[in-house]
Design a protein around this ligand. Structure first.
Ligand code: SF4
Length: 381
């Protein structure tokens, strides 16, 4: 059954200490490293490491707030919180990255509080258009490669790296096909919750296991046929990481459905592929510097590329409205918001901004979501 297959790969895998593939890797003496977002996982994989994305969690923070100012987003703070609750006991180390200022502080705290045998801080430029950016980032990736080689005692050859890039690209392509099952056709073959769970867990499974899992899902999806489909508005979710999937229930209870997204915990990390025709280190530098359209980047014109991505997804998936689901206190996303909203609205696409902080305050958000859906219905689809 597809449902049980997806349930088996459920959100609890976000905890490395409960992830059976992490346990298996450790039994086989394979090293396991937790990674913040936009870390070139291919490099870790090519050195024989199992990389797992650090996804945080939604539950109320009990300890981490003591370490940070109150204006840090829940997602970033939860990365420390779960470590304080021993989620990272099964990890050999962490690769942190300066995506935003908040994550830099969280990385510092993690480095100070936990004793890992490996800790690497990856510096990335935030403007890909500067002449020096490519060389600088390429140099940073070389430094990461050397630290991994020293830690594992394994040389990362071009051939190993190419194989890892191919494997991760296969995963990206399969995820794109899964998303097509949800959004493009009149009768979706997967629900929004199933699709989000698959995208989420794809970040914490070994890529070869995940590739087989995605193939099984696609086979079973076609066999199962269309899922019961709501006739209400089709929505696109845009934003950062969503740790509480109750948002999907809330939207469906309001007689709408999510058919598309460009979330960091969703489609943004597999919308494009690493170029397999370039030398591997060059391909990774280009991809992680230029192709991941995260709002932390300040490359001139990047907001138009992000807008174009959203518009393309809106068009391709026949979307009626866009909900921005942003972490409270997330400056990079909030700074992009007015421009994106204004452009989408002037193109006739209704938008709603929901600020989230950990667990969804379902009843508080319900009135706003229902009102938004009413506006779309009145406007006529
Ligand atoms: S959600 Fe925003 S503030 Fe939080 S870690 Fe991501 S980019 Fe930084």
């Amino acid at each position: 059954m597809l449902e049980s297959l997806v349930a088996e790969f459920s959100l609890k895998r976000a905890n490395p200490a409960k992830n059976p593939w992490v346990a298996r890797a450790r039994e086989e003496k394979q090293k396991v490293i937790g990674c913040m977002c936009n870390v070139p996982l291919e490099l870790l994989h090519a050195s024989g490491i199992l990389p797992v994305r650090l996804l945080g969690r939604a539950e109320k923070l009990k300890q981490a707030r003591a370490y940070f100012p109150t204006v840090f987003c829940n997602y970033a703070c939860s990365l420390l919180e779960v470590g304080l609750e021993d989620w990272y006991a099964a990890l050999d180390g962490i690769v942190a990255v300066n995506m935003c200022d908040t994550l830099v502080h969280v990385a510092n705290a993690m480095h100070g509080v936990f004793s890992f045998s490996f800790f690497h801080f990856l510096n990335r430029p935030h403007d890909a258009s500067l002449e020096s950016s490519f060389e600088f980032f390429r140099h940073e990736l070389e430094k990461l490669k050397s630290s991994l080689e020293e830690f594992t005692g394994t040389t990362i050859t071009d051939s190993n790296l190419k194989s890892s890039i191919t494997l991760y690209n296969e995963n990206r392509l399969l995820l794109q096909r899964i998303y097509t099952c949800r959004g493009q056709i009149e009768s979706p073959l997967l629900t929004a919750l199933e699709t989000a769970t698959i995208a989420y867990t794809s970040q914490v499974l070994p890529p070869n296991v995940n590739r087989d899992f995605l193939k099984q899902i696609l086979k079973k999806t076609e066999k199962r046929g269309p899922v019961a489909y709501c006739t209400g508005p089709r929505l696109h979710l845009s934003g950062s990481t969503i740790e509480d999937f109750a948002i999907f229930d809330l939207i469906e209870e309001s007689n709408a459905t999510v058919v598309s997204d460009d979330l960091c915990s969703g489609q943004r990390f597999f919308m494009r592929l690493v170029d397999e025709n370039l030398p591997p280190m060059e391909a990774l530098t280009k991809y992680y510097l230029e192709e991941l359209l995260c709002p932390v980047m300040h490359t001139p014109g990047i907001e138009d590329k992000r807008l174009a991505d959203i518009q393309e997804l809106v068009f391709r998936n026949n979307v009626d409205g866009v909900i921005f689901c942003l972490q409270k206190y997330c400056d990079p996303h909030q700074l992009d918001l007015p421009y994106l909203q204004q452009q989408l609205r002037s193109a006739g696409i209704p938008t709603l901004n929901l600020e989230i902080e950990g667990e969804i305050a379902k009843e508080q958000l319900r009135t706003r979501v229902e009102a938004f859906i009413e506006v779309i219905n009145e406007k006529g689809r």
